[in-house]
Ligand binder design. Sequence first.
Ligand SMILES: Nc1nc2c(ncn2[C@@H]2O[C@H](COP(=O)(O)OP(=O)(O)O)[C@@H](O)[C@H]2O)c(=O)[nH]1
Ligand SMILES: [Mg+2]
Length: 289
Amino acid sequence: MDAAKAGDRRALARLLSAIENGELHIQEPQRNDSDWKILALTGPPGVGKSCLLDRLLHEWVDHGLRIAVLAVDPSSPRSGGALLGDRVRMQVVDDVERKDSVYVRSVATRKTSGSVPLVVREMAFCLLDVGWDKVVIETVGAGQSEVRCAAVADRIVLVEGPARGDGVQAEKAGLLELADAVIVNKSDLDGAQRHADELRESLHLGHEEAPEVHLVSALHGTGIADVASTLLSVEQSTRAGRARWRERLLSHHERQLLQHIKFELLLSKIEEGLMSFDEAYAELRNGNE
Ligand SMILES: Nc1nc2c(ncn2[C@@H]2O[C@H](COP(=O)(O)OP(=O)(O)O)[C@@H](O)[C@H]2O)c(=O)[nH]1
Ligand SMILES: [Mg+2]
């Protein structure tokens, strides 16, 4: 821990791997400010989250911040294409003037036996603990587990692309309800403005207060400086708060069940038809004896 605090990146990588493997647990650090420390950037694959994040990192580093990134991508093994792609898109890590202020780490979700969101949460705590100012979690907003990875964060930013003619998918995924801000990327393409309008409409349905929808182009850099400074002070949306606590509570519940010493045994019994779900669940709820 001390070496990592002193800036030894190898020592930090080892700490993070230990958390990933469930060998090390980190408590939530004490906070005495209301600024966000952990931000999630979430949205469908291919909308430009990595490109956008690279732009934002340039801006934030120039604000004097030191930022760590956790890239969670369930669809790819550690050495696989998407993460390599993320790495390529993260040009800031090769920028001589800025690279010392940035740390990018991918999270191998296939390796973890426990609950991915809780592993991501502890990794973020660890990064804050060793002295990074802020942590950004990039996660694909696809499945339940990814939504819960986003819910780990203090603020959630939903990234979307131009309209694809299938309505507001984020609403169905429950992501819109969690968002503190929405960014529609690829404003250089047709349909981006239309999608921003659709999102605003969905956000305002039945709600007086709604998170802002920003239009940017990560490719051309349009609107980036504004969004970068807005995001630094983005407030938690009142309606997102409760949804987020719900996801966090469910993550904890999941971990309780996964950590039970009889979990695998009970699973086998269900598989073999020797036990019903209700019976197994009743045993799991009893806790470890
Ligand atoms: N036209 C356009 N393409 C973009 C923009 N931002 C990203 N892209 C492209 O979208 C693709 C996916 O980007 P990436 O950042 O990997 O998306 P992610 O999967 O959400 O992380 C890449 O080919 C990018 O070059 C943009 O603002 N405009
Ligand atoms: Mg990406």
